[in-house]
Design a protein around this ligand. Structure first.
Ligand code: ADP
Ligand code: MG
Length: 725
């Protein structure tokens, strides 16, 4: 009797594909970088000078665009794209599914003479009209008003996606309903950039600094797992949910920490090199790659860019990681927790505020205590995060991220800020009145003359903080690996605009009373830090003491998505988004509805898949093995063989099998319940009832994995999946 699962065959297949090619094909980064994007320099070369000047104003100074410019750009865009083999174009947008969407149109219009002409007008460039009815709108757009518009975003360059049989020009666009409600992630992000610009310039003016624009800069570190395709297709849970719903943790997990920063295996490095090459060609400035903590886990990070570009490029990075994996017989898992018992994946979102000509306002310099501009902007961050913990927590609330936050490997669900020793000391001084000194980092001697003496950072790192200052930027570490960064960044920009607005107001009022700038500023900073310092925490965010301490400080601890998401639409946040014209109340409420629905659907699919795998795959394998044991007990007894041990085994197996079937009954019953008519009631039901029932099923099934004969077990195990490279 043999099982249908060919674990050993698949391992053999892996061995064959993992022998990477030995022909070295060096990547000429300088030559290929951006070759598939129509970036500013190419536009400048190809456009008539006056048109280029107009367009540049739109791109860099956000001036409105005129139709003649659009016609001109459309024409050179079409020429450039067709020269590069593109036959189609698409408006590329980011609906609230969290993925990107595209609908392709051909450039080529066949004419009656039997020929064809390539056409692409300014109108087609500026506006598209996909049938919007199948994208989530959260009630913003009833189906009978299915019309939706995409609108060209000239600030993000068009690019070409190549496939074996042809290429497509992709034009980054925003997506809105016919009434103008934002149905996407890009529109509010762009609006938040405007809000930050306005308040940032106001602040700079108070410091007597001239700047054209204030921008937010973002660099997102993407963590992911790679898995052999063979295993993926043998796991219905990975295919439907992106994570394993079953699987006992193997004896060798990540305990040895031998994978982190370890040397990268051939198949993986070949994959990474091709991903990077494709991203370079798309103008995505990827820079860093390394192994992560868990076996099979990796990271890729770019050089930071302005928020809107970074968000588009982050989407392209995810798309490229997924697409190229297929060529190497791998699957790229972007889920926050593909494997229980191993580290999950995050997307550390590095964020800062700078002037459009590159002055980073989060750069503390050597003596931060006397860097007034830095202190003002950094205090604004502290103020913003303190006041809007709820919003930041809601912005990262997803079913996947629930497995990660607070799981002693990722930041806790409590939002706090890590500043490091030096800044912590300075803000303590400010709280008490005035900052008079900066602790020095000093030099780090390594105890041997052959190694250089290294300058020591004045602030250490803290992996346990959800929001950490890391030298000249903040790193929002609680963002989930599968998420788009647009919403978290939109929130950061908006709360920063709010804090700057408030603090500028305070400073302006002080200056009216007393013309002394430094004195007035000192008063504002002290008052702001006094009020907000509870959010500053330098200690171990994983510890139980912090949970207690945070509660004492009155910080929020919104443990799960269902605790956090409702905060998105609380009165404070509605007012915030309306005030800075980032999201109207209906737009915000629509997002809440969509996120709740996504949560419900995710858990619902997991619940159904868990029941299916348990019932149709695991129970049968256990019964087959039990049957075999029973046959032996029967026959072995007749032959006077010892059956003592086998009998014990059979009893253990049948007891766990009972446990599994009981748990399964409960899960099936919960899956059939809806909990109510509204999306919110359904989401509450799956959270309160389906998740615990799933856990019970898994617990029993994972016990079986260690009892049932290996060749009967229907699923590739963690041991199989994680160590094949
Ligand atoms: P680390 O976080 O490991 O110290 P890096 O300097 O490599 O190291 O930064 C990680 C990410 O932060 C990168 O994507 C980087 O481009 C980004 N980053 C650096 N400076 C800024 C900044 N001023 N604004 C936004 N992101 C930044
Ligand atoms: Mg980092």
């Amino acid at each position: 009797m043999s099982s249908s699962f060919k674990r050993f065959d698949s391992l053999a297949a892996v061995k064959e594909t993992s022998n990477g090619s030995t022909i070295v094909k060096p990547i000429d980064i300088v030559r290929i970088f951006g070759e598939n994007t129509l970036d500013m320099s190419k536009l400048k070369d190809r456009l008539p000078k006056p048109v280029w000047k107009e367009l540049k104003k739109t791109i860099t100074e956000n001036e409105p665009l005129n139709q003649d410019v659009a016609d001109s750009v459309a024409s050179i865009m079409k020429d450039w794209a067709t020269e590069r083999g593109a036959t189609h174009y698409t408006h590329w947008f980011q609906p609230l599914t969290g993925f990107t969407a595209e609908k392709h149109d051909s450039f080529i219009t066949p004419n009656q003479g039997g020929g064809a002409i390539a056409e692409f007008s300014g109108k087609e460039l500026i506006q598209g009209e996909p049938d919007a009815s199948s994208f989530p709108s959260g009630g913003l757009r009833p189906t009978f008003e299915a019309r939706g518009y995409t609108a060209w975003d000239p600030t993000s360059p068009a690019f070409i996606v190549e496939n074996e049989n042809g290429s497509t020009l992709c034009i980054p666009t925003a997506f809105a309903s016919w009434k103008g409600d934002a149905l996407d992630y890009k529109t509010p992000l762009l609006r938040s950039v405007e809000a930050l610009n306005e308040q940032g310039l106001r602040a700079l003016k108070l410091f007597d600094i001239d700047a054209k624009r204030i921008v937010s800069t973002v660099g997102a570190e993407q963590e992911y797992f790679l898995l052999d395709k063979e295993f993926y297709y043998r796991r219905p849970d990975l295919m439907t949910s992106g994570r394993t719903l079953f699987g006992a943790v193997p004896p060798k997990g990540q305990e040895l920490d031998d994978h982190y920063f370890g040397s990268i295996h051939d198949r993986v490095i070949n994959y990474m090199l091709e991903v990077e090459k494709e991203l370079y060609r798309l103008g995505v400035p990827v820079k860093t790659r390394h192994n992560e903590v868990a076996p099979g886990q990796y990271e890729i990070a770019p050089i930071f860019e302005t928020a809107n570009l970074a968000a588009d490029h982050q989407q392209l990075t995810m798309i490229t990681l997924r697409r190229i994996a297929n060529k190497y017989d791998l699957v790229c898992l972007m889920h926050e927790k593909p494997f229980a018992g191993l580290n999950g994946s995050g997307k550390h979102t590095n964020w800062s505020v700078s002037t459009s000509d590159g002055k980073n306002l989060m750069d503390p310099g050597d003596t931060p205590h006397s860097n007034m501009l830095f202190l003002f902007f950094c205090s604004a961050v502290i103020r913003a995060v303190y006041k809007h913990q709820d919003l930041l927590r809601a912005a990262i609330a997803t079913a996947g991220n629930d497995h990660r936050l607070g799981a002693n490997e990722a930041p806790p669900a409590i939002i706090s800020i890590f500043l490091g020793d030096q800044l912590d000391d300075i803000f303590n001084q400010i709280k008490e009145g005035q900052a008079k000194s900066s602790k020095e980092g000093g030099l780090l001697g390594l105890g041997t003359p052959v190694l250089p003496v290294l300058p020591k950072h004045a602030g250490d790192r803290n992996r346990t903080s959800p929001f950490a200052f890391t030298g000249n930027k903040f790193e929002f570490r609680a963002v989930g690996s599968a998420q788009t960064i647009s919403l978290p960044v939109t929130c950061l920009n908006t709360i920063m605009a709010d804090a700057l607005d408030e603090m500028c107001g305070m400073l302006e009022a002080e200056l009216k009373k007393d013309a002394d700038f430094e004195k007035s500023l000192g008063k504002v900073l002290t008052s702001v830090i006094k009020e907000s310092h509870a959010v500053l925490f330098n200690g171990d965010g994983y510890s139980d003491e912090w949970q207690v301490e945070a509660a004492k400080r009155g910080l929020l601890n919104l443990k799960t998505t269902m605790d956090a998401l409702p905060e998105l639409i609380n009165e404070k946040n509605v007012t915030l988004f309306e005030k800075y014209k980032v999201l109207s109340k209906p737009e915000l409420e629509a997002r809440f509805e969509i996120f709740i629905d996504q949560y419900f659907k995710t858990i619902n699919i997991e619940g159904e898949t868990t029941a299916y795998i348990a019932k149709a795959m695991i129970v049968p394998s256990a019964i087959r093995y039990l049957n075999e044991l029973a046959a032996y007990l029967d026959r072995g007894g007749k032959l006077s063989l010892s059956t003592k041990g086998s009998e014990r085994l059979a009893k253990e197996l049948s007891a766990v099998l009972d446990e599994l079937i009981d748990a399964l009954d409960e899960l099936v019953a919960q899956n059939a319940e809806l909990g109510g008519d509204t999306e919110l009631e359904k989401a509450k039901h799956v959270h309160a009832n389906v998740i615990p029932a799933m856990i019970k099923v898994r617990t029993a099934a994972d016990k079986l994995e260690n009892i049932v004969a290996d060749d009967y077990w229907p699923l590739p195990t963690y041991r199989d999946m994680l160590f094949v490279k």
